[in-house]
Structure formats: structure tokens, C-alpha cells
Design a protein around this ligand. Sequence first.
Ligand code: ATP
Length: 264
Amino acid sequence: MLELKALTAGYNDATILHGIDLSVAAGEIVALIGANGAGKSTLAKIIAGVLPPRQGEMRYEGKAIAHLSPRARIARGISLVPEGRQIIAGLSVEENLRLGAYPLEIEYGAVEQRIAAVCGQFPVLRERLRGSAGNLSGGQQQMLAIARALMTEPRLLVLDEPSLGLSPTLVTEVFALVQKLRMKGIGILLSEQNARMSLAIADRGYVLEMGRVALSGSGRELAANPAVVERYLGMGHAASAGTTADRATRHRQLVSGLGAILRD
Ligand code: ATP
């Protein structure tokens, strides 16, 4: 669905991304993990069309997209949930959802239908539709940011740090939602510092270090890779403590916990 080849990008004189090769298939969760400043948000902006690449190829559903505006990419089915949510606190939940559909210039009735469909997926938003988005909790605001992105009915969803600032329970809810979206056939690029959770649900993943793909593989392979454990699952982090068997058990518990939420 999305294929990046030898992609280079940066800001002013600084080159931030150096020859990135990355792909996302339909119905696949691909985790992009990396430390602060590794270039994850830069890559998300390039896919959304907010920042132009300097070199390399970017194809979506078989066609080159590097020349397309953000709006044209949204029309083709690419949607971004930006870092920090960027919902508009002074508007209602409904108005934020409307803004999600705005780039498509679809008629009022179609927007209403999409709001109804999105509310079906997010009961918590339906209950607060007329309320101010600024009064939502952090987790609800993240749900709104995802719901707003879904207003364009994307086939590829780029999520930039959706777990940032959320409690572990809310992170689990957001990740369970991401899995539900995958089941609908949406391709998902999940950019995250929370490597443990993102690798637990990812089909594949890439580790970005200083703007380069340092490692790639299945979510399971990466989660078991000693370099990933040491650098991203963290010293003293619960996920890195204990033996490999302990970690494997915790991984299974996490996945089955998410599975239980999905069955609800
Ligand atoms: P974080 O989790 O902190 O957002 P990240 O992996 O998403 O990290 P980026 O935000 O892509 O990293 O930043 C990569 C590098 O690009 C950093 O060195 C950052 O300072 C730099 N950078 C990001 N945005 C800009 C900008 N608008 N102008 C100049 N440099 C920038």
C-alpha cells in the first residue's frame, strides 16, 4: 500500500532522514520505534505531505505521491493523527469531527453520516458530541484525534505517538482500537516511543536511529532482539526485567489482555 524507497528529508541545512526504505500493507500494523529526535514525526509529516522529501521514492497504492498536496493525499485515503493530538479545544467534539472531513469537501449529509458512523465506533464521543473538546480527558482527546482522522475514511492511517501522556489503561484502550482498525483492512503506521506495546500488536516494525532504519523485522522478532530490549524496552523497564521466558510470558499476557478488550 505504502512504499518508501531511499527517502531523504530534512529541515533547512539539516538532513534528518537518510535513505529510508519502509513499507506498509493493507490491514497491517507497522510499528516505527525510536528515541526522541530519531525522525519519526518527520517521517509522518512526509507521508502526510506536510513536508516534502528531498530524494527518494514514495508510492501509495502503486502510484507516486511525492508531488501531491496533503489534501490530495487525504482524498486518496491517507490520514494522519498528529503528535500531540492537535484537536481544537475551543470547538465542540462535533465541530472537530466536521473539520476532519473538511479537506474532502463532501456535502453536509455525507458529513452527518460519517459523524454517525464514527460515533458508533466511539460511544464516549457520541455522549459528548456537543461538549467542548477541551473538556475531554487526555484519553478521550486521543480518541477524538483518531476519530477525526477516520472522518476521511482512510485506507492508510499514520499515528504519531498516540500513547504520549496517557495512563497505561488508556494506552491499552488506544492500542486495542488500533487493532480493531487493522481488522477493517486499514494499513497502520504506528510511530511510538512505547516500543513494548507497539511491538506487541505490530505485524512488522522498523527501528529508527538518527534518521536511519537500524533494524526491521516482525514485531515478535524485534521484541526479542537483544539490542531492542536493551535500547527500547529500557533498563529497569518491567518488560526488560527477568529472563527471556519471563519476557515471553509478559508479551503473551499483554497480547491476550488486548484480545480480551477486543472481544468486549
Ligand atoms: P519526538 O518523539 O521527540 O517527536 P521524533 O523521532 O518524532 O522525536 P522528529 O520530531 O522527527 O523526531 O525530529 C527529528 C529531528 O528533526 C530532531 O533533531 C528535531 O530537532 C529536528 N526537527 C524537527 N522538526 C523540525 C523543524 N520544524 N525544524 C528544524 N528541525 C526540526
